[in-house]
Each structure stands twice: as C-alpha cells, then as structure tokens.
Design a protein around this ligand. Sequence first.
Ligand code: ATP
Ligand code: MG
Length: 436
Amino acid sequence: MLRKIFPKTLLFRSLLIIVVPIILIQVVIGAVFFDSIWFKTNRGLVRGATNEINTFLALYPEFKQKNKVNELINTFKNNTGLIVSIKKETQQLPSANAVKWYSLYDKIVTEEFSDKIKNPYWHNVRFDSSNIQVLVMLNKNEIIEFLIAKSKIRSTSGRIFALWITIPSFIFLIISIIFLRNQIRPIVHLSRAAEKFGKGQFDIDFKISGALEIRQASYEFEKMKRRILKHISQRTAMLSGISHDLKTPLTRLKLQIELLNKNQKLNSLKEEINEMEKMINEYLDFASNQYSQPLEKFNIFQVIQNLIDKSFKKNIKINSPKNLIFSGRKNLIRRCIANIINNSQKYAENILITCKKIKNTTLITIDDDGPGIEDEHKDKVFRPFYRIDKSTAFKDSNFGLGLSIVEDIVNSHGGTVKLFNNPKGKGLRVILSFPN
Ligand SMILES: Nc1ncnc2c1ncn2[C@@H]1O[C@H](COP(=O)(O)OP(=O)(O)OP(=O)(O)O)[C@@H](O)[C@H]1O
Ligand SMILES: [Mg+2]
C-alpha cells in the first residue's frame, strides 16, 4: 500500500526525505508559536480593549447625570483611541454576530467579549478595514457604539512569522531540487549507458561525473565494458584465425584430390571438403566485424518482405504493420530472420511471420507447420553444431550453426529468442523479442 503511494524516482524520493521533515518542523514550530505567542498576545490586547469599554460603561451614568458625556468621550478618544458615539434612535441590536467561523482571531474576540461585557452587545470584527465595531445596549433607546482600531488589538507578528517560515523554506526547497537534479543526472546517464550497452550499442559516449560513489560505479562500468569488448574481439579474432588457417590445408587437399581424380570414390571426399569449406566461409562471413556496425533505424517489415521476395519461394505470409521502425544492425537482423525461415523451410510447408510492437518491445513471431522441436531439445538447439537428427549432418549444409547465430545476434541487440510449440497444434513457434 505504502509502496504504491511512495514516489518511484530517486529525485522525488530524495525530495520527500528532505521535504517531510521540513514541513513537520514548520508545523510543530507553527503550532507552538501560535499557541504560546500569537493566541496569548491577541487575547491580552482584546482584553485591554474590553476593559476600556467596561470602564466607559461604568463611568457613563455619572457623566450623563452631570451632562458631561462629551467630555468623557473626548477623554477616551485622546487617551485610549476608543471612538465612542451614543446612538439614541437605534432600537435594537442586530441579531447574529458578524464573525467568520474559520477565523481564529474572530474566535478570540468573541470569547473575550462574551466573557467580560455584561450588557447585551453586538460586535462586527469586519466593520471596516481598520476598525472593529461593538454596539452595547444600555436600555431600550440607548445604544453605545465603540470603534476600536484593529492595529491596537491585533498582533501582526503571526503573518510576519508565517511568511518568514514559509518563504525561505520554499526558496531552499527550489535550491535543493536544482542540486538534487544535478546529483541524480550522472546516475541517469550511467543507467542509459548500461541500457545501450545491453542492447549492443558499443560506441557509447559516456562521461564520468557526479559524486564519489556514482563516479566509482561509472568507472567500474567503463572497466567492465572494455573487458567485455576485448573479450568479444579476442574470441572473434581467434575463431577467424583458426578458420582462416584451416582454409589453406583444405585448398591443398582439394588440389591434390583434383590431381588424383581418376578414381570415382574420391568424389565423396571432395564433397566433404567442399562442405567444410562452405562452413568455414560461413563463419568467416559472419565474424567479419558485423557487430561493430552502427545501429540504424529501418523498417523491419520492408526488410523481411525483401528477404522473402529474394531468397525464399515457399508459402510465407507476413502479418505486420507496413511501417514498423526498428533500431538495430540491419544485416545482422536480416541474417537472423533468414536463419529461422531457412529452418522452417526445411521442415514445414507454411510459414507465418507476425511483427508487432507492444509498449517498448518489438516482437517477431515465426510460426511453421512442421514437426516442431521436442521440449528436451528446445534449449540444446541453440548450441553450436547441435542437430537433432544427426544423420542430416553436413547434408544440405546443416552444420547446426543457424540457431546459435540467431541467439548471438538477438543477444547482441539486448533481446531474447524463445522456442514454443505452435499453438495451432503442429509445428514450431519462434519468438524474438527486442527492446526497442
Ligand atoms: N522449424 C524447425 N522445425 C523442426 N526442427 C527444427 C526447426 N528449426 C530447427 N530445428 C532443429 O534444430 C536443429 C538446429 O537448428 P540450426 O538452425 O541451429 O541448425 P541446422 O539448421 O541444422 O544447420 P544450419 O542452420 O547451420 O544450416 C536443426 O538441426 C533441427 O533439428
Ligand atoms: Mg538452420
């Protein structure tokens, strides 16, 4: 459950680790501040104003008797800033208090007034932009209006505090996002380079940068890449060398047989030598630096269609979008598909090739209606020189190399090849899957 909500990328995870504590600290500091400072200060200020109202109300009857109400009003105005006016014509107080339920300040004012003012009263915290209005009823035709300056009874430190606590953290958050992104970029570059290398793109331009640990990982990756490339080229060079060296004695043998060709029995020996030569040529052809070709984008449907038109005659159907772009080494991919079709042609009548792209994967499925391959052989047929029916060895150039070359090519593109039984009941299904 938590894993589902938790962000997936390193950037957002790191941000969360930074942001959550900051917000929590702000909430705690905010709560402590509002409870201990803001509430108490405002309450004290409102209480002071309430006391002034009560003092006025206490003195009012006496000054009224002496007809000196105006003097009293002026004294209060000059000394406390309280603006008082007597409203004789007003008959009734408005019914509901004009306060906002969500405002904490209104709540403090309401509580203090209701606690301290004993006469019936009404108050309006939002009378105008700078004053709070309090109407106190003395008797039926006498209501006293008090206007209290907001600046006098409202502490502005709450707002300033809130701004000081939120704006700098917001700025720091943006700065940390920028820094974090820079720290994460080398990791993204490293993973992209590894992905490309996995797909067989060996000419990656990769710059080592970032924090020590990331540099270390990148450096190790570079070392691994160089070792693998060296290993591949060594292996290819060695096998090419062996194949090449074998050609000389073979040619010599052929010449000698040619000279001795009076006896008919030697013909089968000649054939064997020809096959061996073909096999060596095939390997040399394959190993001729094909893997170092750059990746290119091409229409895989077009490539398969051309291949079939040129080299295969049997009943082959293609089921594919007409424009399926694929990124890879064109010659190798063509060879890989040709090898599979070649096999199917040997054993089956009908072949169906299906190409499709699902999300970031290109799937090429080749179905035939031949005898298929039994489960116990499905893994083994990818081994070089492995043939199920050994009697066909070297006949029709069956060296048992076709599928191992297919696997090699697919792996060098970061893909996989799998064999299945044709779901239609009879035959083999080969599925090539490439990340693309
Ligand atoms: N479509 C298929 N139907 C039935 N058996 C198959 C099919 N494809 C391959 N096989 C079996 O798998 C074995 C290995 O195939 P692979 O292509 O590697 O070698 P090959 O076809 O014998 O020789 P090469 O391809 O080198 O000329 C084949 O000998 C054959 O027995
Ligand atoms: Mg084959």
